[in-house]
Design a protein around this ligand. Structure first.
Ligand SMILES: Nc1ncnc2c1ncn2[C@@H]1O[C@H](COP(=O)(O)OP(=O)(O)OP(=O)(O)O)[C@@H](O)[C@H]1O
Ligand SMILES: Cc1ncc(C[n+]2csc(CCOP(=O)(O)O)c2C)c(N)n1
Ligand SMILES: [Mg+2]
Length: 272
């Protein structure tokens, strides 16, 4: 067991293990967005940092087929932060929240040596989409194009420059696609650690492996921070799923079928 899972396994709530915890019709999720772990101040500005941290958090609600409603915002910031930078941060949070009709209802502000953001999202759903529920012979698919986030991350690390429209900054969530196709989905999650790592989570929760239809390169499947969706559905819904994908302009890549086989994640562990 890796160290991250070792720590999480110390807690025994049955609600742990998905993109968010379901309590009645509400879903609670929380993600951290820390300087030098998730971003470097030389690469992206304060507005973009706030925007990306908010979107990465909303992604968990989307992945649960839940509509985000409220956000609690904790920010640790260095003492030398300027008022301009504070306003940019606040604007990034507010504008992104507004796009999704989210109300920022509280949080905490402290000073620290680095800029660290933690957000709790409270969302609502009538049909939570869980990571469990995968059965043998189901189709696995991911949305969009994978690999661009890592590519831009490496670019930033080497050259310090990326296109303003880069995936590293502009995350396009798949909320419409999930809403429209939720009735066909047996399980789903967002791709934050990378396709192969996130498949590992599906494999262990559902005690199944996958037969791949074609080889997927590590460049594509080990790229994290993609915030695309990884979904599974019964084969008989293939046509309906493809139609919903078309209607919501979502590229849908059906790449494997679940099976009683072992699964090995070929990517390096990200957190520890
Ligand atoms: N420190 C912690 N205490 C309690 N539960 C935790 C802790 N860290 C993670 N969890 C829970 O463990 C489960 C798995 O978390 P995991 O990080 O795999 O998912 P995620 O947050 O969707 O992914 P990512 O962090 O890559 O976006 C979630 O239910 C999460 O709430
Ligand atoms: C400074 C810096 N170093 C590394 C990366 C790459 N990175 C950070 S988090 C993550 C995956 C999901 O993380 P989490 O599970 O914490 O949401 C990846 C691939 C970055 N963006 N910035
Ligand atoms: Mg997490």
């Amino acid at each position: 067991m890796n160290l991250e899972n070792y720590f999480i396994s110390q807690f025994h709530s049955k609600r742990i293990g998905d993109d968010g915890a379901v309590l009645g019709s509400f879903v609670y999720s929380k993600d951290a967005f820390f300087e030098d772990v998730h971003f470097n101040l030389k690469w992206i500005n304060h507005y973009q940092i706030a925007q990306k941290s908010m979107l990465a958090n909303i992604s968990d609600a989307v992945a649960m087929n839940a509509k985000p409603k409220y956000a609690l915002l904790s920010v640790a910031m260095p003492r030398n932060i300027t008022k301009d930078q504070m306003r940019d941060l606040a604007r990034g949070f507010k504008e992104t929240a507004k796009k999704f009709n989210i109300e920022i209802i509280g949080g905490d502000t402290i000073s620290n040596i680095k800029l660290d953001i933690t957000i709790t999202i409270i969302s609502q759903t009538t049909k939570p989409l869980l990571r469990s529920g995968l059965k043998k012979g189901y189709l696995l698919a991911y949305t969009g194009k994978l690999g661009r986030s890592q590519k831009d991350f490496l670019k930033l690390r080497n050259l310090g420059k990326i296109n303003a429209k880069s995936k590293f900054v502009n995350i396009q969530l798949r909320d419409k696609f999930v809403q429209k196709s939720s009735r066909y989905l047996s399980s789903g999650m967002d791709i934050s650690d990378g396709l192969f790592s996130d498949l590992d989570k599906l494999a262990s929760i559902n005690k199944l492996g996958f037969r791949f239809f074609k080889k997927i390169s590590k460049r594509v499947a080990c790229s994290g921070e993609e915030y695309e969706m990884l979904v599974a559905f019964d084969k008989r819904f293939k046509k309906s799923m493809q139609r919903r994908a078309m209607q919501t302009r979502t590229p849908l890549n059906i790449f494997a079928c679940s099976a009683r086989v072992g699964y090995t994640n070929r990517c390096k562990a990200h957190h520890f």
